[in-house]
Write a protein of this length. Structure first.
Length: 436
């Protein structure tokens, strides 16, 4: 008698690969929440660290921020491929959980900084954990979800990312002000905030160790050497969809960087210049950044569903057009505490999460199975380069032109990418199914 094949396991409408349980998928989506929450907070809270702990003048904070994050991203570029390769050998959960332990130590070290140079060094250490965590975030979802449901899977991930970002801006970013109101001095309030977030990072490491699958799903296909990743990644760019994915990674990751870095810095600078305490200005920033993240949270499932139904290049074009409108509109803002600011950041936030989801779905679709690790690794490098440009050049524009300068720059990039995606949309076809 023929045996009846068991029904596939599903989680939230997403079909899972064989051997993946709902517990594993729950742990993954928790990781999507925690990764964005705990990693993005480092950029969001940095204006407080620069102002209250290191006493960096407001006129220099854009350039200093750009320098700090520049070296952070250099480490990301060097480590992200290695993290993927190591995870194929020792397992995803060891790299994922271990990365959050490094993040925890990084938070403890950063608040001890006595100079910008020390902050740069400690931020580079923190970046090792950030590289491992972000690498696993994109790898594990490919391990766990089947390809026909990748749009929905990435949409749910986007929702969890949004929840994590909102927790960072509405809860964690208000911690210094809450501690100040309880009677703490500014430096003590900052230390309490950083130590608390470090503790949350340790808890995250434990939960991921307990919840993620013990063994990897796929055979090892991550290149051993950095030069091999570059060679295979560049070779794959002969496919117009892969090349578009690389360009989209540059823009979408840069978009995320300027929101996470310069929006809070802009509000902090405006607030402190207007006579606010740094903690109060940071609390005000949490509201405005939170509007952006709320729009992203609401838009994520809609974009995820849409991207399972249309050409993925068309999706990249549409989402980047929306994102570009939001960023360029910030050029017209005179009062960052005014109502127009909320509308602009809402459009930018919705467009940005759309570009992130569309970009991830596109590269997952186009990556050939035999060099998937190289393509996704090179994709990550392109994103890191986007962050380098966003933070270094954006920091210069912030200090030497106007606070909206970084947003204008990437608004133009978004429009250029939308035009490119629209032009090649008919040439982009799925290269290979990624199952198995």
């Amino acid at each position: 008698m023929a045996q009846i094949a068991p029904s596939p396991v599903k989680f939230g409408g997403v079909e899972l690969h064989s051997g993946v349980s709902r517990k594993n998928m729950t742990a993954f989506y928790f990781s999507a929440f925690a990764t964005i929450c705990l990693l993005s907070f480092a950029n969001l809270v940095q204006p407080y660290l620069l102002t209250e702990v290191l006493n960096v003048p407001l006129a220099q904070q854009g350039s200093v921020t750009g320098t700090v994050i520049f070296w952070h991203e250099i480490v990301i570029i060097l480590v992200i491929g290695l993290a993927g390769s190591m995870s194929d050998r020792v397992g995803r959960r060891l790299i994922f959980a271990g990365s959050f332990l490094i993040v925890a130590i990084g938070y403890v070290l950063m608040i001890q900084s006595g100079s910008v140079l020390q902050l740069v060094f400690f931020r580079m250490f923190f970046a090792v954990g950030a590289a491992g965590a972000t690498s696993m975030l994109s790898t594990v979802i490919a391990d766990y979800a089947v390809d026909k449901d990748r749009g929905k899977a990435n949409g749910i991930q986007g929702v969890m990312n949004g929840l994590g970002a909102m927790t960072a801006v509405f809860v964690l970013l208000n911690l210094p002000e809450w501690f100040r109101r309880s009677g703490m001095e500014p430096i003590a309030a900052g230390q309490a905030t950083y130590y608390l977030v470090a503790g949350l990072s340790v808890i995250t490491a434990v939960l991921l160790w307990l919840g993620l699958k013990k063994r990897g799903i796929r055979h090892r296909n991550q290149p051993e050497r950095f030069i091999d990743l570059l060679r295979e990644g560049v070779s794959a760019a002969r496919d117009p969809g892969v090349l578009l994915g690389y360009g989209a990674a540059f823009v979408s990751r840069g978009d995320l960087a300027i929101v996470g870095t310069f929006l809070a810095l802009w509000i902090n600078k405006h607030g402190v210049t207007s006579g606010m305490e740094a903690a109060e200005a940071l609390a005000r920033a949490s509201i405005i950044v939170g509007v952006s993240q709320l729009a992203a949270f609401l838009g994520a499932p809609l974009f995820g569903i849409m991207l399972d139904r249309i050409n993925r290049a068309t999706g990249v074009a549409l989402t980047n057009f929306i994102s570009g409108i939001g960023y360029i509109s910030l050029f017209l803002i005179d009062d960052p505490f005014g109502g127009a600011m909320f509308a602009a950041v809402a459009v930018a936030g919705a467009g940005n999460i759309g570009t992130v989801i569309a970009t991830q779905v596109l590269i997952q679709q186009q990556a050939p199975a035999h060099i998937r690790g190289s393509v996704i690794g090179f994709f990550g490098l392109c994103g890191a380069i986007g962050i380098l440009v966003a933070t270094k050049l954006g920091g210069w524009l912030f200090d030497n032109w106007l606070e909206a300068g970084p947003f204008v720059l990437f608004g133009l990039f978004s429009f250029a990418l939308a035009t490119w995606a629209f032009a090649v949309r008919k040439r982009v076809r799925p290269v290979v199914e990624l199952d198995g």
